[in-house]
Write a protein that binds this ligand. Structure first.
Ligand code: TUI
Length: 310
C-alpha cells in the first residue's frame, strides 16, 4: 500500500511503531522493520552512548530502514540529536517538546523529521520549521499526552498542514487503521499493541497487565503540573492521584514516579511501576510476533478500505 509516508520512509506498509522508552529497543524496532513496518528505537531517558549502540545493533538485525525517537526532556537530547545525524538514520520522531533547534542539522544530514504533536498549532509550527510529516497523537495514547482526542485531532491537523499526517492514539487493529485513514491520515503509529509483541523485551508481568486490561483501566496522572501521563491503574496511580487531588507539591509526586517506568518494563513491578499504556489496551488480547500483528492489521484494514492487496 502506497502513501506519501511509505515513499518518505521506504517501507512496505504505512505502519509505524511508537518510540516507547525502555520497550522500543533494537530487537522490537528491527522486528517491525523486518515485517514491513517502520520500527523505531525509543531513546527515552537513555544516554547518547546507549542510543548509538542500539542503532548499531539494530543495523546488525535488519537492513531495512528504521528510525529513532528522541524524548526531548532527555538531558542528553542535544547529543542524541547529533548521533542521529551521524548514524545515517532514515527518520527521527520527537516527543514531549519542540525539536525546532535540531531541524536544520537533521535536514542537512538527510534525516527525515517527524515531530509528534498534540495540537494544530504545534503541527503548523513544525511544518513551517521544515518537518517532513507529523504524528498527530491523541490523548488515548499511553505515556505523555496532550488533551485532544485522536478522532478530533487528526482531521484538524490534516486540514491545517500540507505534509502527511500519521495518526496515533487509540489505534490497535485494522479498524483503527482504516478509521485513521478516513480522518485524513496517511499512516498510523501504534505503541500499546507492540508492547506485547513476542519481540518486545517488556517484562512478562507488564505484558500480562496490558492483555488483562479493560477499556477504562488507564488513568492520567500529573495533570495538575502540566505533565499528564496515561498508564494502567495500580497502587502507584491510586496513591499518586490521591496526593495530587490533595494538592501535593510536584517534588513529592515525582518521588513516586522516579525510575518507575524502568521498574515496570524491566523488573515487572506492576504494583509501584508506571505501566504506560493507551486506552486501546482493552483490545489487545494476546502476544503475537510483529509480523503477525502487522499482517493481521493490514489484512483487516485492506478489506475495510477496499484494497485487495495492501
Ligand atoms: O512523548 C510522548 N510520549 C511519552 S514521552 C514519555 S517519557 C516521560 N516519562 C515520564 C513523564 C513524562 C514523560 C512517555 N510518553 N508522546 C509525544 C507527545 N508529545 N505527546 C505530547 C507531546 C507534546 C507536548 C508538548 C509535543 C509538543 C509539545 O510542545 C510543547 C512545547 O514545547 O511547545
Amino acid at each position: 500500500m502506497k502513501t506519501r509516508i511509505t515513499e518518505l520512509l521506504g517501507v512496505e506498509y504505512p505502519l509505524i511503531q511508537g518510540g516507547m522508552a525502555w520497550v522500543a529497543e533494537c530487537r522490537l524496532a528491527a522486528a517491525v522493520s523486518e515485517a514491513g513496518g517502520f520500527g523505531i528505537i525509543g531513546a527515552g531517558a537513555a544516554p547518547a552512548r546507549v542510543v548509538r549502540e542500539q542503532i548499531r545493533q539494530c543495523r546488525a538485525l535488519t537492513d531495512k530502514p528504521f528510525g529513532v525517537n528522541i524524548m526531548l526532556m532527555n538531558p542528553e537530547a542535544d547529543i542524541i540529536a547529533e548521533v542521529v545525524a551521524q548514524e545515517n538514520i532514515k527518520a527521527v520522531t520527537t516527543g514531549a517538546g519542540n525539536p525546532g533547534k535540531y531541524m536544520a542539522g537533521w535536514k542537512a544530514a538527510g534525516v527525515r523529521v517527524i515531530p509528534v504533536v498534540a495540537s494544530v498549532a504545534m503541527a503548523k509550527m513544525m511544518e513551517r520549521a521544515g518537518a517532513d510529516a507529523v504524528v498527530a497523537e491523541g490523548m488515548e495514547s499511553g505515556g505523555h499526552i496532550g488533551s485532544a482526542t485522536t478522532m478530533a485531532l487528526v482531521p484538524q491537523v490534516a486540514d491545517a498542514v500540507g505534509i502527511p499526517v500519521i495518526a496515533a492514539g487509540g489505534i490497535g487493529d485494522g479498524r483503527g487503521f482504516a478509521a485513521a485513514f478516513m480522518l485524513g491520515a496517511e499512516a498510523v503509529q501504534m505503541g500499546t499493541r507492540f508492547v506485547v509483541a513476542k519481540e518486545s523485551i517488556a517484562h512478562e508481568n507488564y505484558k500480562k497487565k496490558i492483555i488483562a486490561a479493560k477499556d477504562i483501566d488507564s488513568q492520567v496522572t500529573g495533570m495538575s503540573h502540566g505533565h499528564p501521563v496515561r498508564q494502567l491503574r495500580n497502587q502507584m496511580t491510586r496513591e499518586y492521584l490521591k496526593k495530587e487531588k490533595a494538592g501535593a507539591p510536584f517534588e513529592e509526586l515525582e518521588q513516586l514516579t522516579m525510575g518507575a517506568l524502568r521498574r515496570a518494563v524491566m523488573e515487572g513491578d506492576t504494583v509501584n511501576g508506571t505501566l504506560m499504556a493507551g486506552q486501546i489496551a482493552g483490545l489487545v488480547d494476546r502476544e503475537q510476533s510483529c509480523a503477525e500483528i502487522i499482517r493481521e492489521i493490514m489484512e483487516q484494514a485492506g478489506k475495510l478500505l477496499g484494497f485487495d492487496r495492501m
